[in-house]
Design a protein around this ligand. Structure first.
Ligand code: ATP
Length: 159
């Protein structure tokens, strides 16, 4: 299935803005034209929901979430940034593991099973994409997701 990545990001952005009026969401869209990836729309939506849900869940005083969309060569990159509690160096790889939660004691208060990111990563990699994390404890987190883009000029060949 071919999905317009920008369209889905805008949709999830609009939904989160509606659901979380106490947050300031921004979307920095650098895409100049429709950018299509070979991915199920529902899967892309699920990935974005997991990342945005986490951004909301792990924000602290500064309730701001920045989404970004950009393209370089044949990759589209989606950024989800929060300014919450962040993730320490030690935990950066582990958060993608199943059932891993940084703060186990708080698991009841913030909900969750530690599955979201492992599901997101598995989906992303299934589409030959990648997920990267930049974070430092106390300064928030930036998740960057990339997918290969279907080149419009060669699209007719594989249709
Ligand atoms: P759920 O299964 O509902 O998604 P979860 O949020 O605990 O629950 P993951 O999404 O897999 O599970 O995240 C794993 C852990 O990574 C979280 O418990 C949290 O400690 C940490 N984490 C994830 N996203 C962020 C974020 N944006 N900021 C800080 N910590 C995060």
């Amino acid at each position: 299935e071919k999905t317009d990545v920008g369209e889905v990001v805008h949709q999830v952005f609009n939904n989160f803005q509606m659901i979380h009026p106490d947050f300031a969401f921004t979307l920095d869209d650098d895409l100049k034209e429709p950018t299509v990836a070979k991915i199920y729309r529902d899967h892309l939506e699920q990935i974005l929901i997991i990342l945005c849900d986490n951004a909301v869940k792990y924000s602290t005083e500064r309730k701001e979430i920045h989404l970004s969309l950009s393209r370089n060569l044949n990759q589209v990159e989606i950024g989800v940034q929060d300014f919450g509690e962040g993730i320490s160096q030690d935990n950066m790889d582990k958060v993608f593991n199943r059932f891993y939660r940084v703060d186990k004691a708080r698991s009841r208060k913030k909900g969750g099973n530690g599955l979201g990111l492992s599901i997101a990563k598995r989906l992303i990699e299934g589409y030959r994409g990648s997920i990267a994390l930049e974070s430092s404890a106390g300064y928030g987190s930036l998740f960057k997701v990339t997918f290969p883009v279907i080149q419009e000029n060669i699209k007719s060949l594989d249709d």
